[in-house]
Write a protein that binds this ligand. Structure first.
Ligand code: 13P
Length: 342
């Protein structure tokens, strides 16, 4: 099947009361690991690429990797999402390339570093909604900012989402999904101790969900940074400092309160690097890249499978017929998000 609208995946997730992991990719092995995990668990899938990933892999390679994924795993509904678009132009180029979903991260200015004000965020996000919905493409917006800097994205400061502003933001922009800031950060160093309800403000999700019960909420920075992955990496020469991620049980709580998309990147990076370090240490005489890339792909698949099962998306790949982007255009027009610009 062709790439599917992310909005459809999230609407179905809302109906089924589950969340969908959105996993970042830069290369072939990551795409294969995620798609294989989706097949083995019969899960719908969201694959996302940051601007850094598009640059690293090259847009055309990325596009064709995803085409191959839809051919080889034709039974799996999969959406291709632009992670942290820094401008309408980045989102436009992703749409031209065939992405079925884009994030306009107007919480930061175009430099992807300076926190933006609410008026700017509403303006650019609404602009992207008009452009994307006219092509049947989903839009995720972000209100509040995450901690950490990853792929050159982030102010490094956490600004928690204000639930009152969230209501106004969703109404004024018409976004399909809203990323909220609840104290998480991108990368491996999220918390210096196991997060409690003060560090990880799950109450913000609960409050927004009460006020916007039909909104699809997105948790960024949701890697769990499992101790066993960090330990393995360190056992074979890695130097990851003691750190805590977002516990899976907290994500599951979020899913009970409207979280439909859960962004995970770091856990795959840790899994792959640990497996590669182990392979290098065990046979320093080996120099066939397949010798270390295969266990890296296996390790990523294992993480993705575990998340797909924990988020509840496992078993749901065949629940629905994918609808075309043309049909999405029609639905958006009915909803009132008319195309005014292209
Ligand atoms: P992690 O760094 O926690 O995996 O978060 C990834 C993310 O939010 C991508 O947008």
């Amino acid at each position: 099947m062709p790439l599917v609208s992310m909005r459809q995946l999230l609407d179905e997730a809302a109906k089924g009361g589950y969340g969908v992991g959105a996993f970042n990719v830069n290369n072939l092995e990551q795409v294969q690991a995620i798609m294989e995990a989706a097949r083995e668990t019969n899960s719908p899938a969201i694959i996302q690429a940051s601007r850094g990933a598009r640059k690293y892999a090259n847009d055309r390679f990325l596009y064709h990797l995803m085409q191959a994924a839809t051919e080889v795993y034709s039974e799996i509904p999969v959406a291709l999402h632009q992670d942290h678009g820094n401008s309408p132009e980045t989102c436009r180029s992703a749409i031209e390339l065939g992405f079925t979903s884009v994030m306009m991260d107007g919480s930061l200015m175009e430099d992807a570093k300076t926190p933006a004000d609410f008026a700017y965020n509403v303006r650019v996000t609404h602009h992207v909604v008009e452009m994307a919905h006219g092509r049947g493409v989903t839009v995720e917006g972000e209100l509040g900012t995450l901690g950490g800097i990853e792929d050159d994205v982030g102010s490094g400061e956490i600004h928690l989402t204000d639930p009152d502003q969230a209501v106004e933001f969703v109404e004024r922009t018409g976004v399909d999904a809203l990323a909220v800031a609840i104290g998480t950060s991108h990368g491996a160093y999220k918390f210096t101790k196991e997060p409690d309800r003060e560090l990880l403000a799950m109450s913000i999700i609960e409050e927004i969900n009460q006020r916007l019960p039909t909104a699809h909420l997105v948790m960024h920075g949701s890697s769990s940074v499992p101790k066993e992955l960090v330990d393995l990496l360190n056992r074979y020469g890695g130097e990851i400092r003691p750190t805590w991620g977002v516990p899976v049980r907290e994500i599951q709580e979020g899913i009970k309160h409207g979280v439909r998309k859960v962004n995970v990147d770091t856990d795959l990076r840790l899994a792959a690097t640990g497996a590669i370090r182990k392979a290098f240490a065990e046979d320093p005489g080996e120099f066939d890249p397949r010798y270390y890339l295969k266990p890296a792909r296996e390790a990523m698949k294992k993480v993705v499978k575990a998340r797909m099962e924990a988020f509840g998306q496992a078993g749901h790949a065949g629940d629905y017929e994918p609808i075309s982007l043309e049909e999405m255009v029609r639905r958006y027009k009915e909803e009132g998000h008319l195309l005014t610009t292209t």
